[in-house]
Structure formats: structure tokens, C-alpha cells
Design a protein around this ligand. Sequence first.
Ligand code: C5P
Ligand code: MG
Length: 212
Amino acid sequence: HPPRIPPPPPCHRRRRRRRRRRRASHGRPRACRPGSGKGTQCALLSRHFGMTHLSAGDLLREEVASGSDTGQSIERIITAGKIVPSDVTVGLLQAAMAGAPGPFLIDGFPRSLSNLHAFDEAVGRCAFMLFLELGEAEMESRLIKRGATSGRSDDNAETIRKRFRTFNADSMPVIEELQKLDAVRFVSADGSVEEVFQRVLAAFAGEPLSVV
Ligand code: C5P
Ligand code: MG
């Protein structure tokens, strides 16, 4: 039967205030797709513009490493290549955002319409989504290569296939939804880290961010 994960404690009033403040002060660009190099590009971007980089996947893996009951449920979902319930992921993101200055670059989120709507409700709407485009064969070979040293339970051929399936079923609808609102920027993730980074920077042209 499905894992039961307790919801994070409610904090409605603080949440409202934070939402209003964040909406007014800055946007939150986002990036997602497994094996596309989003973690690498987000690290470079956040250093370039002085943004706080939050990785949904890393926050979930930290929760797993803590050994909590929630962490054990998360681990099963990650190994199955599925999406963790939105209240858990949004709760972790909110907690991380509360302890760091904006603007925020959120990596690997939202991965489902449920993720998108839960974040909209709890925090606010992102400025735009950065979508790193790469063929499945190239993504798979990057992930398999990473799997040799990452120690990640999901960097194996079987889970990678499931992650791709989940991406097409659950994450593509998010792209379609944000595309309707003209809030997706597509960048080819083919080529070297530096080549991709130059394209990523071009996608950020005109944003109210200063180079640090
Ligand atoms: O982004 P990353 O590849 O690190 O994500 C690893 C896994 O974490 C995903 O395949 C998924 O199981 C889980 N995840 C999630 N919801 C997110 C981001 C990641 O369930 N928003
Ligand atoms: Mg990552």
C-alpha cells in the first residue's frame, strides 16, 4: 500500500506574509529534467548571479539521510522513480527558503501539476522555468556514468527508465501549463558544461539580476 507521510505542521499566517513579500520582491526561476545537467548548471548560475540554489532532489535525499520515517518513505519513492507527495517537498523547500536570502533558483521542481499548484499556494508563482532539452539516450548515458560514483539508488538502468516515464507522464504537463503562460525558456543541454552555460546565461538576459 502507498507510503504514509505526515504533512508538515501548518503555519498559515506566516505563510501568507511570506508569500506576499516574496511575490513583491523577486521571482524564482526553476529548472528540471533528470540527467540534463541541471544541478551543474544551477550551481554555475547561482554563483554567477548570487542566487540561492535549492535542489528539491537534494533536500529529499537529505531527509532520507536523516533516517526519519518520512525519509524512509521518500527513499522508496525515489528508488521507484516516482514523485514524492507535494506537501513533503514544498514543506522542505519552504523551510529552506525561510533560512536563506532570495532570489531563489529551484532545481528539479515542480515535477508534477500537484507540485506546481502546492508551491503556488504556499509560496507563489515562479518567474519562469528553465527547461534543459536533451535526448533520452544522452541523458541515460550521463546518469549511468554518474551512477558509477554517485551512490544514488536511482542512477541505475531500471530506475532511470522509470524516471523517464514519470517525467513524460507527470512533469510534461507542467511544461505545457507554464508554456501557455509564456513562462518556459528552452535551452539545449547538448554539449560541454561551458557551452550549455553560455546558452543558459542568454536565457536569463533581461532578468533583474546582477552579476556578482
Ligand atoms: O532532481 P533529481 O534528479 O535529483 O531528483 C531525484 C528524484 O527525487 C526524482 O526522480 C524523484 O523521485 C524525486 N523528486 C521528487 N519531486 C521533486 C524532485 C525530485 O519526487 N520535485
Ligand atoms: Mg540534481
